[in-house]
Design a protein. Structure first.
Length: 277
């Protein structure tokens, strides 16, 4: 069994058990997994690390831990993650990307690291009223959002706008922001942005919904909010499981697209633009 197949099997088993790997019941904090340098992991690696259900954000290799004065505790097992690297075809100048795998450990498994790697995690912020900073994040994307919709929440590609019920129409603030994040991930797929396929075909629509689901979870964690499970999960479950059985790279492609969607919105923030200048 290839590593692609192994990861796909893990994800499929979670879905069959009724658990979404991208909606984790974190204990003690909302976070995207981080490298030892503080850089965020991307794509499928977020899911692979979230599946471990650890309480700390930082992950590192055995050598990285040792270089920082730490020691992986005896008996602890690493988590396998991946990265792409260029390779050259034999007897040609043509290059292609190959997937490589390596193991990392959560700081929960390591003793002796500097105190900065053992922060006290705070619980989720579950708002009962709008949060100005989060509202500002979505405003900075320059999306068009029509609030007060009587038709539910949705993104309309033909008019390039998002329609949302009011904040008070939702059961909780987390439900409101999770839905807003979901629709914004769809918004990033417009032909003028990331140009994803927006098809009405059920299999392609289910793939776009998977991107939006994972992207919303990644974005909520970035914003320090708890992702929630959408009620229409079962509408797409069969399609997701079928796609996973047909293509071992399906979940990798969806996770990559979800990361790109979040990065597109993060890059639209004033701080990101100032750093890029």
């Amino acid at each position: 069994m290839s590593k692609y197949d192994d990861v796909t099997k893990q994800i499929a088993n979670q879905l069959k058990a009724g658990t979404k790997p991208w909606i984790k019941p974190f204990n003690g904090g909302s976070f995207l997994p981080l490298r030892s340098t503080g850089q965020r992991y991307k794509g499928i690696n977020i899911l692979l690390l979230w599946l471990q259900d650890r309480n700390a954000a930082h992950w590192m290799t055995y050598r990285q831990a040792a270089a920082l004065g730490g020691q992986v505790r005896k008996g602890e097992k690493g988590t396998t993650i991946c990265y792409t690297a260029p390779a050259q075809k034999k007897d040609t100048d043509e290059t292609y990307q190959v997937m490589k795998w390596y193991s990392v450990f959560n700081v929960d498994q390591i003793d002796g690291l500097p105190d900065m790697y053992y922060p006290k995690m705070i619980g989720f912020d579950n708002p009962d009223k709008p949060i100005a900073a989060v509202d500002g994040f979505f405003t900075n994307t320059q999306s068009t959002v029509v609030v007060g919709s009587q038709r539910g929440a949705f993104y309309m590609p033909s008019k390039d706008r998002i329609e949302m019920p009011t904040f008070s129409d939702f059961r909780s603030g987390v439900d409101y922001y999770s839905t807003l994040a979901h629709e914004h991930v769809h918004w990033t797929g417009h032909k003028s942005r990331l140009d994803r396929t927006m098809s009405s075909k059920r299999t392609e629509y289910a793939f776009e919904e998977l991107i939006a689901e994972m992207g919303a979870a990644f974005l909520m964690a970035h914003l320090g909010l708890e992702p929630t499970v959408r009620p229409d999960h079962t509408d797409y479950l069969a399609n997701w499981l079928q796609a996973l059985s047909n293509d071992s790279k399906f979940i990798f492609q969806a996770a990559s697209a979800a990361t790109k969607a979040v990065e597109y919105m993060v890059d639209a923030q004033p701080q990101a633009q100032q750093e890029a200048a």
